[in-house]
Ligand binder design. Structure first.
Ligand code: FDP
Length: 335
């Protein structure tokens, strides 16, 4: 083939280009990362591989005995679903095998999991978010945060490695098991989204350099417990209604967040009488989405400060969460 033929092949309508594969994208962009870039790249690949396995299990859950409750509760007292447990095993196993991770914080485990003292990274993960939607075929997701350990490599893990503020994240992402499966991640240089092509078994770049619209008209909140919302939250929701905004609430954080990433909108989970500190978990739900939101031009707050500035005191700490389009979140915070 001579060079002159390439442009016509590239623009051919018969065979559309399918975009850059995730592995190649990670490799091409690993120079952006200041530390041991090969290790972070391998870690991201491990997460992507585990997500493909989880995707497979999620898709066949109705055919084999994978739906329904496990009969156990996680550390927060939520009923564990079989797929919660399975996803936790898949991600933990993949990250343990890879060797880059020294400790893992998971929604499904009370304490952190000590993996490998030689590893340089700490992962906080919600292996399967939105689990109450599993049995009804509604989108669910995985959320992860990646930190560099602070103590010397080769020594036992310490609290300073685990309880890091969101601003210390070196990478974060989510996987959405939806009408198609997507992996969206950032290493602090913008946000990129990849769609899974099941017949090829690969993620391909489908949403390069994602930006959250600065404005939007979608508000996303479970209004069931609204009697116990604070007055400013009630007032803001009234403002949304008076402004004829659209209410959309899937009840899977990843799915609600992803929709707002693409269309513009605000997601709110405020303090309620049942959950006075908010329901969502700082370390493995809010931090990752806050990092992604800010990288895409959005805002994430607990109502008083940036989510990323909160210094966690406990693994399973909860926080109120206001995240989404910049102008919408700033407006909500002004109430
Ligand atoms: P779930 O309890 O189904 O796992 O953090 C968990 C989460 O779902 C989020 O994904 C979701 O946005 C939220 O809780 C839903 O909570 P409500 O049922 O209280 O609205």
């Amino acid at each position: 083939m001579n060079k002159a033929q390439l442009p016509s092949i590239e623009s051919s309508r018969i065979a559309h280009s399918i975009g850059t594969a995730l592995d190649r994208f990670i490799k091409n962009n690993q120079d952006q990362f200041a530390f041991a870039s090969g290790e972070l790249s391998q870690l991201l690949r491990d997460i992507a591989l585990a997500s493909k396995v989880v995707n497979r299990e999620v898709n066949k859950a109705g055919l084999i005995d994978l739906m329904g409750a496990m009969g156990t509760q996680n550390t927060a007292g939520d009923d564990q679903q079989k797929l919660d447990v399975l996803a936790n095993i898949r991600f933990t196993r993949a990250l343990a095998k890879g060797g880059e991770v020294c400790a893992l914080v998971s929604e499904e485990a009370e304490s952190y999991v000590d993996l490998n003292n030689e590893g340089r990274y700490v992962i906080a993960i919600d292996p399967l978010d939105g689990s109450s939607n599993i049995d009804v075929n509604v989108s669910i997701g995985t959320i992860f945060s990646v930190y560099r350990r602070k103590s010397p490599v080769g020594t036992p893990i310490q609290e300073i490695d685990i309880l890091q503020a969101g601003s210390d994240q070196v990478a974060a992402g989510y996987v959405l098991y939806g009408s198609s499966t997507m992996l969206v991640y950032t290493t602090g240089h913008g946000v990129n989204g990849f769609t899974y092509e099941p017949t090829l078994g690969e993620y391909f770049l489908s949403h390069p350099n994602m930006r959250m619209p600065a404005d939007g008209k979608i508000f996303s909140v479970n209004e069931g417990p609204s009697n116990s919302f604070s007055k400013p939250v009630k007032d803001y929701l009234q403002f949304c209604k008076d402004s004829h905004y659209t209410a959309r609430y899937i009840g899977s954080l990843v799915a609600d967040f992803h929709r707002n990433m693409l269309k513009g909108g605000i997601y709110i989970y405020p303090a309620t009488a049942k959950d006075p500190a908010g329901k969502l978990r700082l370390m493995y739900e809010c931090n990752a989405l806050a990092f992604i939101a800010e990288q895409a031009g959005g805002v994430a707050s607990d109502g008083a400060q940036r989510i990323l500035e909160i210094k966690p005191e406990r693994l399973h700490q909860r926080t109120p969460f206001y995240v989404g389009s910049k102008n919408m979140v700033e407006k909500a915070l002004s109430f």
